[in-house]
Design a protein around this ligand. Structure first.
Ligand SMILES: Nc1nc2c(ncn2[C@@H]2O[C@H](COP(=O)(O)OP(=O)(O)OP(=O)(O)O)[C@@H](O)[C@H]2O)c(=O)[nH]1
Ligand SMILES: [Zn+2]
Length: 204
């Protein structure tokens, strides 16, 4: 993998003005983004999130998953803390791509769970790789992280790449009647830590 830093711009959001840093994986052609807020320290732990692309949840308001709610909560937490980062990684559908995710959703509409659907399509449950994290964090100057996630695989991956995860910060938001079974499968089959999830108010 070779990750090339390309450019930085401002990204004004409802939670404040982030900086948006663009990266290219020159081997795969994938374009990744790092958002940063405030001044990041290389010596102190920084609040951050590694977020995998979910077009349906992040941009199309889907209630099938928790992604969009987690992204918003992470941006809000970072702004309230005064500093932090989000690595927005273009590995849609846990690495199988958007169209295969729609195929997987079709199978889930017929009764498969999220893991079974991937397997019926010939994929592993989670195909993501995290080797872009290290060069991206190097570019934004982060070495020690308070990681917002419920996913133990992300914590493990960061440690494998030599980044210290000082703390795992739970990010359990957006539970609703459409993603309840999906969240349960993430917990039982993929090892996610889910103890603090509460139902969202869908009328909000
Ligand atoms: N293949 C597949 N991918 C899904 C499905 N539902 C959501 N996804 C993808 O799962 C990924 C979720 O990524 P993250 O938001 O980083 O979350 P996570 O790995 O579950 O861990 P957290 O940090 O706890 O949120 C995204 O790439 C989604 O597109 C599904 O049913 N099938
Ligand atoms: Zn999602």
């Amino acid at each position: 993998m070779s990750i090339k830093y390309v450019a930085t711009s401002k990204l004004p959001t409802p939670w404040g003005v982030f900086a948006m840093h663009g990266f290219e994986d020159t081997e795969s052609g994938k374009e990744h983004v790092a958002l940063t807020f405030g001044t990041l320290s290389a010596d102190e732990p920084v609040l951050g999130r590694i977020h995998s692309e979910c077009l349906t949840g992040d941009a199309l308001f889907s209630l099938r998953c928790d992604c969009g709610f987690q992204l918003q909560a992470a941006m809000q937490n970072i702004a309230e803390t005064g500093s932090g980062f989000i690595l927005y990684l273009r590995q849609e559908g846990r690495g199988i791509g958007l169209l295969n995710k729609i195929r997987a959703y079709e199978l889930q509409d017929k009764g498969a769970n999220t893991v079974e659907a991937n397997e019926q399509l010939g994929f592993e449950a989670d195909m993501r790789k995290y080797d872009m994290i290290k060069p991206m964090l190097e570019q934004i100057g982060v070495k020690h992280v308070r990681l917002m996630t419920n996913n133990p695989r992300k914590v493990k991956a960061m440690k494998e790449f030599g980044i210290e995860v000082v703390e795992r910060v739970p990010l359990q938001v957006g539970k609703n009647r459409y993603n309840e079974a999906y969240l349960k499968t993430k917990s039982t089959e993929l090892g996610h830590m889910m103890s603090e999830y509460h139902f969202m108010d869908e009328n909000k």
